[in-house]
Ligand binder design. Structure first.
Ligand code: NAP
Length: 289
């Protein structure tokens, strides 16, 4: 007979491993399924200095590994596999994986997080990692001494522009409105970098690869501009990783799993934690909480 775990957690980021720590400490037979990299979105950041207890800052990969070790110390088990399908409505929840077959549990915690929002322009997918990037801290080093464009106006985009300005010769920060969504401290810091050029009220319309790499934008006044660069960093927010659960669990209009602070979803025995859940603030500390 197939084994029925007490708890299966899908996703090995801060939400998943905190849930695993509490589950395992409470004596539950706890399994975590992680597709690729422990730490989730934390691994795409440089130093994390707003997670308490690490006054010198800590990189996301190390923090993820510490969270994993903390949960596994109490008996939680990690498997590296991809979940392909779920059947969650019954008393025994069934999770089909690419390599480990069907896994069963009495309770499931969805902690699949979120991923970068795409611009949705032609050719974008084919250029990922080869001109189009979604993580300045991961890929910025490829553009040392070169020219890059950063797209977006939130904390991530402005932070990315500031980070890349230390590496690159010129950084174009392209934003579709005339004001940044980013906080004042970050936005004010832009003026201290002479090699950041702001391109405001500009919506990206095309990724140009013929005759040199560039991004075309359309300004609010109708003017069109072609910004030549070596690479483009898309920093326009994130989207929840919930396509597996559509039709099973109730999602909101943006695709996040509808669940309150108690993490209960629309299905008994299925819970959601971290960035994948409907919530106000998405940070490492709130995911862990
Ligand atoms: P965000 O705050 O949602 O900002 C997304 C930005 O991208 C906005 O400026 C938005 O423009 C723009 N945008 C969205 N779709 C677009 C499209 N299709 N084309 C062009 N521009 C588009 O996302 P985020 O900056 O990734 O931040 C996510 C959350 O993490 C926020 O709560 C943020 O405060 C937090 N965060 C915090 C820190 C920190 O504490 N240091 C660092 C990074 C992120 P509009 O402004 O016009 O909507």
């Amino acid at each position: 007979m197939e084994k029925i775990h007490d708890l299966i957690i899908i996703g090995g980021g801060p939400a998943g491993y905190t849930a695993a720590l509490y589950g395992a400490r409470a004596g539950l037979d706890t399994l975590i399924i992680e597709k690729m990299t422990i730490g989730g979105q934390m691994t795409e950041t440089g130093d994390i200095d707003n997670y308490p207890g690490f006054n010198e800052g800590i990189d996301g990969i190390s923090l993820g590994m510490k969270m994993q070790a903390g949960a596994e110390k109490f008996g939680a088990v990690t498997i590296y596999d991809e979940v392909c399908a779920v059947s969650l409505s019954g008393e025994v929840k069934k999770i089909s994986t690419a390599y480990s077959g069907e896994l069963c549990a009495r309770a499931v915690i969805v902690a699949t997080g979120a991923g970068p929002r795409r611009l949705g322009l032609d050719g974008e997918e084919n250029l990922v990692g080869q001109g189009i990037h979604y993580c300045a801290h991961c890929d910025g080093r490829f553009y040392k001494g070169k020219t890059v464009a950063v797209i977006g106006g939130g904390n991530t985009a402005v932070g990315d522009a500031l980070y890349l300005a230390n590496l690159c010769e010129r950084v174009y920060l392209i934003h579709r409105r005339d004001a940044f969504r980013a906080g004042k401290i970050l936005s004010d810091a832009l003026s201290s970098k002479e090699n950041i050029s702001l391109v405001m009220n500009a919506v990206p319309t095309e990724i140009i690869t013929d005759g040199g790499f560039a991004i075309a934008v359309k300004k609010r006044d109708g003017e069109e501009e072609k910004i030549s660069c070596d690479g483009i960093f898309v920093s326009i927010g994130r989207e929840p990783s919930t396509s597996l659960f559509a039709g099973e669990i109730q999602l909101d209009e943006s695709g996040y799993v509808v669940a309150g602070e108690d993490t209960k979803t629309s299905i008994p025995g299925v819970f959601a934690a971290g960035d994948v859940r409907t919530k106000e603030l998405r940070q490492v500390i709130t995911a862990a909480a």
